[in-house]
Design a protein around this ligand. Structure first.
Ligand code: C2E
Ligand code: CA
Ligand code: CA
Ligand code: CA
Length: 280
């Protein structure tokens, strides 16, 4: 592109150059972030609408960048996926979540089921991670259902045997599987017959307008009925108001997650707000 005549267009406009530079910088910084321990997991409670005391939480990654402050996963997960760095980051997420689960059991005598997000890229490029993950669960003496893995519909779509086998390995080791962002990805439901899924997470775009939009309500209700008929539990995401909670509870939804209960918070905050109160 350098030798292009002055009347030809340039491949990189100044602003694209800045973006390419920004991107390269981001990749460099991401590579250092694990070594420098700049990542932290935040935890958001997943609340049982029937009020039993089992505690669940979704682990959500945060990056404390030395210069740019807290960077949202929305900004770096896709770059981590494109560069393959997500495999290393994802291994760290899993190890961190598993250790946290063991620590909470030791400190508070409580089993908190921790859900982690696992990108389709990890399933493709991770080598022997599945065996290593399962080995760590044994080492930490974690119980059945202590860890849940959130996957997205796209992963199941190509009906791939390797994916099927990995998910079966996890489930045999007592790891549960959630289907994240349900309803936003693909229209085929055929994969629900083939794969053993424990939870369906209804995407925020359906719960957001539950109290005002009849169609959204109908869709939520239908997802709940279908999931239960197939032996799955339902988690509604993005629950922000008490009226959303009430509607979902009346519709038979099993769990809810969202700002109505709590934003994702650091582990120590999660302990004081979600674990200790249960002990009383
Ligand atoms: P997600 O898995 O769908 O996670 C839910 C997102 O919704 C989180 O954003 C959470 O903070 C936000 N949220 C929770 N409750 C509410 C609510 O009531 N209202 C609204 N408006 N938002 C709510 P977050 O933490 O920024 O994460 C964004 C996405 O980044 C996640 O979406 C997930 O796809 C990805 N991500 C986060 N952590 C990880 C990770 O450790 N590994 C991978 N592969 N992806 C991750
Ligand atoms: Ca998720
Ligand atoms: Ca989600
Ligand atoms: Ca999402």
């Amino acid at each position: 592109a350098k030798d292009l005549g002055r009347n030809r267009f340039h491949y990189f406009t100044p602003s694209m150059q800045r973006n390419a530079k920004y991107r390269m910088r981001l990749i460099q910084d991401l590579r250092l972030a694990i070594t420098n321990q700049e990542f932290e997991l935040y935890y958001q409670p997943i609340v049982c609408l029937a009020q039993t005391h089992a505690i669940k939480a979704e682990a959500l990654i945060r990056w404390h960048h030395p210069k740019r402050g807290v960077v949202s996963p929305v900004e770096f997960i896709s770059v981590a996926e494109e560069t393959g760095l997500i495999v290393e980051i994802g291994d760290w997420v899993f190890q961190q979540a598993a250790h946290q689960c063991a620590l909470w059991r030791e400190q508070f005598g409580v089993d908190v089921q921790i859900s982690i997000n696992k990108s389709p890229v990890q399933f493709r490029d991770e080598g022997n991670s599945v065996e290593a993950w399962i080995a760590l669960l044994k080492t930490l003496d974690l119980k059945r259902n202590d860890i849940c893995i959130e996957i997205t519909e796209g992963l199941l779509l190509d009906n791939n045997e390797a994916i099927f086998n990995k998910l079966a390995q996890y489930r045999a080791a007592g790891v549960q599987i959630s289907l994240d962002d349900f309803g936003t990805g693909y229209s085929s439901l055929a994969y629900l017959k083939k794969f053993d899924i424990d939870y369906i997470k209804i995407d925020q775009s359906f719960t957001r307008n539950l109290n005002t939009n009849r169609d959204d309500f109908t869709l939520c209700e239908a997802i709940i009925v279908m999931a239960h008929a197939l032996g799955m539990k339902v988690i509604a995401e993005g629950v922000e108001t008490d009226s959303q909670r009430q509607i979902l509870s009346d519709a038979g939804c099993d769990y809810a997650q969202g700002y109505f209960y709590s934003k994702p918070v650091p582990a120590d905050t999660f302990e004081t707000t979600c674990i200790k109160p249960v002990q009383e």
